[in-house]
Design a protein around this ligand. Sequence first.
Ligand code: GLN
Length: 447
Amino acid sequence: SVYARIAEVEPHVKGYLTLTKDLALEQASRADAGFQNGDDMPALAGIPIAIKDVICTKGVRTTCASKILETFVPPYDATVMKKLHAQGIVMIGKTNMDEFAMGSSTENSAYQITHNPWDLDTIPGGSSGGSAAVVSADTAICSLGSDTGGSIRQPAALCGVVGMKPTYGRVSRYGLVAFASSLDQIGPFTKDVTDCALLLNAICGSDTMDATSVDVPVPDFTQSLINDVKGLKIGIPKEYFTPALDSEIAQQVHTATAVLEALGATVEEISLPHTEYAIATYYIIAPAEASANLARYDGVRYGYRNENPEDLIDMYKRTRSEAFGEEVKRRIMIGTFALSAGYQDAYYRKAQKVRTLIKSDFDAAFEKVDVIATPTSPTPAFKIGERTDDPLQMYLSDVMTTPASHAGLPGISVPCGFVKNGLPVGLQLLGAPFAEKKVLRVAYTFE
Ligand code: GLN
């Protein structure tokens, strides 16, 4: 069973924060009883799934890999969990992540370091590193993660699995602990594109509990698994091929797009001129929203509280300084500064304007092409500890993924080869809003 595999491999990978074996067995027998001898048994019934510890699971501790939520047990299920349970899917545990999804290596977890199964000395990417690693290590069949600036796509690329961020609004965020609400989106990690389409079928759809979820029809995503890219136009944005991009990764991506061309797609160079501002813009908008979202962790309502404060204000201060990690504090400070009176126009409002320009670049590009192809990450998995002292270097891990996040676009990372030292490379495919089917159709080439 999957738990036997976990017993064998998990001590090396450390992808899970919580295992829920008893609950899983109960869910499995219920799924079994509920869907017996029916032709209507859902495709996902009985399939073991791992869930990033930022998604609320009723009765199961949800920590966001933060000390401040160490004892938080949600009294309700996120909408995605309700939808998965309705399919008879079985949750086997909660996965490690960067604290509050802030990071690109999962090293910002308050609890443990997750190791990349391809090379245990390297990071699995982040912030959904646990969710990517457990699928890669076969200690889960599939998993859910969340992507704010690349946290599904980048770890999928580094761990050699498929990871997809749906269009902003496609999946309900109800029960997803908020980091940057205008960017956050839940999505699947799987071994292949078929499973990705099946999970999307299960989790997408508008929800009255999330006002930003969009009421558009949810297609059957498996209809795009047709092995035919003839006539599709693929754009390659020249701005993504900078000197900072690992040359072996560039090579693998070019080989992948050559395959698409050989199969009848048209491949053309395009320009997304504001790409270079995506990271700077992201590191104003995401921390600004985070500083507001994280105000609720005051020691009163959730989890950790300082034991012997002098007064109420002191309790807030000590609780937050003791229980938030370094990166979370850095983001709160950046965000509070960017939103403060006198600086708001110079930073936050300016960032919002640049965000619109980045989105317009994509709008113009999708007038000409169906899907955009880029590398997912500028480098393969790096060594544990290599970037922890250099936040800026860490932030640059997301240079290829943040632009699409600003524009709310659907994006997938599919494995497309290896660099010489054997680490996997991911190809990122982006589509216009709600064009997941086209993205999956192209991605299926690499199944
Ligand atoms: N690595 C980026 C950050 O640290 C993106 C994280 C994410 O998508 N959750 O904010």
